[in-house]
Design a protein around this ligand. Sequence first.
Ligand SMILES: [Ca+2]
Ligand SMILES: [Ca+2]
Length: 412
Amino acid sequence: MVIAAATSVLLSLFLQSPPSASQTSAPQTPSTAAPAEAAKIPQIRLQRLWTKAKLTRPVQVVARPDSPNLLYAVEQAGRVVELDLSNAEHEGRLVLDLTGPVHDKFNEQGLLSLAFHPRFAETRQVFVWYTARKSGKDPAREVLARLTMAADGTIDPATHEVLLTVEDPEWNHNGGTVLFGPDGMMYVSSGDGGSGNDPWGNGQNTNTLLGCIMRIDVDRTADGKLYAIPSDNPFVGKPAAKPEMYAYGLRNVWRMSFDRKTGELYAGDVGQNAFEEIDIIVKGGNYGWRPREGFHATNGVPDASEASERFIEPIAEYPHNDGVSVTGGFVYRGSEYPSLAGVYLYADYAFGTFWGLRAEGGVLKSQPKVVMTKRGFCPASFGEANDGTLFVCGTSPGADGPGMIFKIVAAD
Ligand SMILES: [Ca+2]
Ligand SMILES: [Ca+2]
């Protein structure tokens, strides 16, 4: 999936003895800690759901906006499985098989994300982001597509309409999350194209849709496309820039989410060989890749020795002693666990370490704290129910084991 390293390297990582909690140091950041009470971050534990559901490589779990109980597991190969929160015995129901157009030959390829339209009850629209193979005149690419859910809850692949494609030179770094913001716009994260160390310079190139976060309006059409560009997008009318672009300088934002209380967009940007980072994405922001990785200059790139006004620094990072592939999560806004309120949870896909932090206005208020470690579990994605309950899905043991979904529970 979103591993920075090749699978063989990942396997060697699993064979190393994992770092102990005492070795897991908090990132060095210039922020000062908030008062102790505000800074408290509880430990969490995971409560397994749907043990009878057979899931293969679930990479996302998404709530349906018009239902309190229906969740959808996105399987990387291209299937979507409906699960009912009111039925612990639920075995899951296959509602979409998109394995035809989806290409998932390599680890980071496949059906990567799904989003329901914010007015889903009215539109019945769902959106997907996936990798597609080179075919005829079509290059290898990422595809953003729209489908329509039928009254019986299934999605006919024949309703598939392609909104946007991004040509992609390599199998790795394909983004990507598709989701809607509080402004009703769609946001999509892409990867820098792939290989290693961004050999094409896509991260700093505003004239490609690789290495960025896009923002589009899927409720309008314009210029012969099935979407429109919001007039206040930061690169509208600028030379040598894509008007879809909202923020750039990103290596591979695998998972991102909006804080439903503050409207802030949190993104986990997967690092190269040294640091994983959490960013708060703002309009027009340049997040530094490839000159910077986490809070650090990268080797061999001029003019990157210190942060400049060109770059927005992350709010948190962790070094590759502590993990190698960040899975961005959610800010907890549910009511069931008041101690978790306002905590942003995220994890490392390879190490199974979970952290919590608190931030306000783009500034870190509580240093990241390890809130749980589940070795051998690969947390691919977090998910959020309509009531703010958080979930995490992934595979265990290793990347090819059975797929599992857990509810996140505050342990203290
Ligand atoms: Ca790629
Ligand atoms: Ca960065």
